[in-house]
Design a protein around this ligand. Structure first.
Ligand code: ATP
Ligand code: MG
Length: 499
């Protein structure tokens, strides 16, 4: 008997069939990966199981019994829990308060009892959390663990995780995996959505692949490999990007000199960071996340003021300038957190115009027609699977990223600042983004690529800088780069040899 059996699930959004007669089964005590390209229908299928969407056809069985799930309340009643990327925690309350929120009679429950209950659960499942900590003081990984505890606290036997690792740093991924292993041992079933084949192969027992809304198949981990999975996802073999020759490197566009940042606690998060990026080159910045990358991007995009040093775009000193001025000066940003630079409730067309609204004003009023036409053109150019009038929140992750690319790159910035541009993207979309970045280089822009993905850094960059504890420990031309060398530099074992 399966813990969950979904049969013949079909879900339409207008003309679009997001799930097409999908069968999915989840065994008790297994970690089951759900793979598929952006827009394949993974989130939709799991939202149906959690009662956030209603299937047009098909049925769901829990432990062999047919059930009706029309709201998350029904899902919770059937002991199903879901952790989405957008946490539902109240940041001004403590962990304990969040966990009891919505529980019957929660007001009358004694605080000590609750905290004790959480500590017990935390210990039982090996989930490190502090019951009395404010949510706002927690890291993303800690918040995610609170979400998991919240589901467990409601007696979940099935836990759905939608791209849980997309928001985590590598160390936190390890903690999450340990937690999930424990849950498996204690008999829970987990649905794990991810684009990272390495993670899937490391963690999961079985893997189901969705392709264009249809179930392409379910395989056992021991009987498959990454190539086969990639084929199942796209229906044919995939090829990584190949850099064709090296575009000639030109003059210096971005000059960063001795940038330093001391945070409120007096810690130096950036120390004397200096480098130059030339026209026609991609400078990759490799490093384990948390070594100063977000501070550096923050400074270069104007959201953080450095405590020392400066940076110039061509001859213009932009240190400490506002984000809007920086965009105007010719710096295009592809931000790390795509949800922070898009507005879900606005349309695709409005999101594309965002940040540049003044270009769409005529005689003091917003020219809606112009915004729409501009969007139509870019949707075609960037192959975005959406209409200008669609709400942004209805787009898949890959298509959201394409909206950001369209907005940023269509302005032909002189300098492109790309942080983790392919995080959360499937193989095909990653390939697409990588090619667009190479296009930027080839048209003569300077590109700074910050990524934790060494393969991405190595396949795109012309030179690679390594950042460690807020310092650039070395810059190497791509010909001299090896994975081992980068690895050693990234953990601080070799350093300071600039070229
Ligand atoms: N609320 C909605 N309204 C309209 N269309 C939607 C809605 N939710 C999803 N879709 C569409 O359904 C399709 C499947 O989307 P879904 O989010 O399930 O994909 P996914 O496999 O989770 O993709 P990703 O890997 O990018 O997260 C997409 O084309 C998406 O645009
Ligand atoms: Mg999704």
């Amino acid at each position: 008997m399966n813990a969950i059996q979904m049969t013949g699930i079909t879900k339409r959004f207008g003309d679009l069939v997001a799930n097409d007669n999908v069968d999915f089964e989840l065994k008790a005590g297994e970690i089951h990966a759900l793979l598929g390209e952006n827009g394949a229908g993974k989130t939709t299928l799991m939202r149906i199981l959690y009662g956030l969407y209603h299937a047009d056809e098909g049925d769901i069985q829990v432990n062999g019994r047919r059930v009706s799930i029309v709201s998350p309340k029904d899902a919770i009643h059937n002991r199903i829990g879901m952790v989405t990327q957008h946490f539902t925690l109240v940041s001004t309350l403590t962990v304990a308060e969040n966990l009891t929120l919505g529980e019957k009679g929660s007001i009358t429950i004694n605080k000590r009892t609750i905290e004790q209950k959480i500590s017990d659960a935390a210990e039982q499942y090996g989930i490190p959390v502090k019951p009395d900590a404010l949510i706002s003081s927690l890291s993303v990984g800690e918040r995610q663990r609170v979400e998991i505890l919240k589901a467990l606290n409601r007696n979940a036997k099935v836990l759905i995780l939608d791209e849980p690792t997309a928001v985590l740093v590598p160390q936190e991924v390890d903690v999450l995996f340990e937690v999930l292993e424990r849950l498996r041992k204690s008999g829970l079933s987990v649905v794990f959505i991810s684009h990272k084949l390495n993670e899937v192969m490391a963690l999961c027992d079985r893997i189901s692949v969705l392709r264009l809304g249809k179930m392409a198949g379910t395989v056992v981990k021991g009987e498959t490999n990454k190539t086969e999975l990639a084929c199942m996802m796209v229906g044919h073999e995939t090829f990584g990007v190949k850099r064709q020759g090296k575009a000639p490197r030109g003059k210096v566009i971005l000059r960063v000199e001795n940038l330093s940042l001391r945070d409120k606690k007096g810690l130096d998060t950036l120390r004397d960071v200096s480098f130059e990026v030339h026209t026609g080159e991609i400078l990759g910045i490799a490093g384990v996340s948390g070594n100063g990358q977000s501070e550096l991007t923050g400074i270069l995009s104007g959201t953080i003021k450095p405590t020392g040093g400066q940076f110039h775009l061509e001859d213009r000193n932009l240190t400490g300038t506002e984000p809007l001025q920086i965009t105007r000066a010719g710096i295009g940003r592809i931000a790390e957190d795509r949800h922070a630079s898009l507005v879900g409730e606005l349309t695709v067309a409005e999101n594309i115009a965002l940040e540049y609204l003044d270009e769409f004003v005529s005689h003091g009023v917003l020219d809606r027609k112009k915004i729409h036409q501009n969007a139509e053109k870019l949707i075609k150019e960037y192959d975005i699977k959406a209409r200008p009038e669609d709400r942004l929140r209805t787009l898949s992750g890959g298509n959201m990223q394409k909206v950001i690319l369209a907005r940023t790159l269509s302005r032909e910035p002189k300098f492109v600042l790309a942080s983790q541009p392919t995080r959360g993207l499937d193989v095909g979309a990653t390939d697409y983004v990588d090619h667009r970045l190479l296009d930027q280089r080839d048209r003569g822009a300077a590109v700074l690529l910050l990524s934790e993905d060494l393969d991405e850094i190595m396949s795109l960059s012309d030179r690679v800088a390594v950042i460690y504890e807020g310092q650039i420990v070395g810059i190497l031309p791509i010909e001299e780069v090896t994975r081992e060398k980068l690895g050693l530099m990234m953990c601080g074992s070799i350093g300071k040899q600039k070229t």
